[in-house]
Ligand binder design. Structure first.
Ligand code: HAM
Length: 420
């Protein structure tokens, strides 16, 4: 038997319906915040992620699916969406005359070679937004509020925004120095990767999945103590705005995020999900240098991505009640050959007129059809009968009141339009 690859999932039935429901909410929120939908390729030039997300990150270093195509180009299945959106922005020269921000959202598959477990997959979906062109605090606030409100609209009321800043370039350089000073005498106690990270990017030691819980990491210098005045002021203003908007947040000065492109605001949305513990349902932040780093001009941006599958799992485990069951409108019953012929075009006609319509695909006969009706619970049943068909009529039964009437086929759609 061929089985699905480790860390992937099939989505069908109730789960597929749930996703349609979630998609609808996400699309609605984005339209109110005036974000436009974007699709980018699932694979990109490997270099995009190396330069964008960062060589020293786990995502690039350990988790990418990279392969050579038949022309020997190195390609990578996207591990995240931000680098691709920035590539699109630069490639299409959208920076030419940027008077309004470019605001896009995506909802697609991402790939990371991680150790699969509940809420962590190798193929997963991210819904994300990117707000390009403004360095104003309002843009950060817009993105954080969109994230916060989205989880609330999905029925997840107990999410916490964990907030921090990693400051501007100067502040990060100060912080980096302090980390090097702090970790150098202790580094032999940390994992091999951290020893390399000390040389490549000491910030990445802070989100090491192995040394994460050690006192060495817990006692490491905190970002807040190395911010210059401008970075500190900016951070304080962000907090003032969040207070104004009644958005609760928790500060965590050790939050640095696992991707290299951030500066200033960083945040995660954490929830305590029964069965999963404290888990990041999403994360984001400002990335003012990424566009320049990828070959465009210096243009500021901020964004956020939601772990879509984790969010659905959190909704399940938190017993968020979704009314997903959609009863069908009409079931068409037939027995004889001529009745079946009529059923064949009648069901198509009813569907094209907007009614969810089902019929019998197994020649079950009346008994089997009634059983199907019990399962599908249609609002109306159309009973075809050779006798009636001679006068172009059918029997229409209201499945709730059980009332029956004879009705001309030509009048069916009008009648159902008025009564359904
Ligand atoms: P990220 O924190 O790497 O950020 O991913 C965002 C979210 O995707 C995580 O919080 C998590 O919920 C979900 N996620 C990540 N890896 C997995 C996995 N293996 N299985 C299931 N869910 C996962 C980014 O990707 C940034 N691009 C976010 C961003 C957008 N920053 C600015 N703009």
């Amino acid at each position: 038997m061929i089985t699905k690859p480790k860390g992937t999932m099939d989505v069908y039935g109730e789960d597929a319906k749930k996703r349609e429901y979630v998609n609808e909410i996400l699309r609605n929120v984005c339209s109110k915040y005036n974000y436009n939908y974007i699709e980018t390729p699932i694979f990109e030039a490997t270099e995009l992620f190396h330069r964008g997300v960062g060589e020293a990150t786990d995502i690039v270093n350990k988790e990418t699916y990279t392969f050579k195509d038949r022309s020997d180009r190195s390609l990578t299945l996207r591990p995240e969406g931000t680098a691709s959106v920035v590539r699109w922005f630069i490639e299409n020269k959208l920076y030419g005359n940027i008077t309004d921000p470019v605001k896009v959202f995506y909802n697609g598959k991402m790939y990371r070679y991680e150790r699969p477990q509940a809420g962590r997959y190798r193929e997963f979906t991210q819904f994300g937004v990117e707000f390009i062109g403004s360095n104003d605090i309002l843009a950060d606030i817009d993105v954080i509020s969109l994230a916060y409100n989205t989880y609330n609209l999905l029925g997840l009321k107990d999410v916490t925004i964990v907030l921090n800043t990693i400051g501007d370039k100067e502040s990060r350089a100060n912080y980096r120095e302090s980390l090097i000073k702090y970790f150098t005498p202790l580094i032999s106690n940390l994992c091999e990767d951290c020893q390399k990270r000390l040389k490549t990017n000491p910030l990445r030691i802070l989100d090491c999945k192995i040394d994460n819980e050690t006192d060495i990491l817990k006692n490491a210098p905190k970002t807040i103590d190395y911010l210059n005045k401008e970075s500190k002021d900016r951070y304080n203003t962000i907090k003032e705005y969040l207070d104004l908007m009644d958005i609760n947040y928790l500060e965590d000065y050790s939050l640095v995020r696992g991707l290299d492109y951030y500066d200033h605001t960083v945040f995660e949305i954490i929830a305590d999900v029964p069965g999963l513990g404290n888990i990041a349902l999403g994360g984001g932040g400002r990335y003012n240098d990424l566009i320049e780093k990828l070959g465009g001009p210096s243009i500021p941006a901020v964004g956020f991505a939601m772990g879509y599958d984790r969010t659905i799992l959190a909704m399940d485990n938190s017993n968020v009640n979704l009314n997903l069951k959609e009863d069908i409108d009409i079931y068409v019953m037939y027995v004889s050959k001529t009745e079946k012929e009529t059923a064949s075009y009648l069901v198509q006609d009813l569907r094209l007129n907007g009614f969810i319509t089902e019929t019998d695909y197994f020649n079950k006969g009346l008994k089997g059809e009634f059983k199907a009706i019990d399962r599908l619970n249609p609002k109306y049943i159309i009973i075809l009968n050779d006798q009636d068909l001679k006068t172009n009529k059918v029997t229409l039964k209201d499945n709730l009141t059980k009332e029956e009437q004879k009705i001309e086929i030509n009048n069916l759609v009008d009648y159902l339009d008025t009564n359904l």
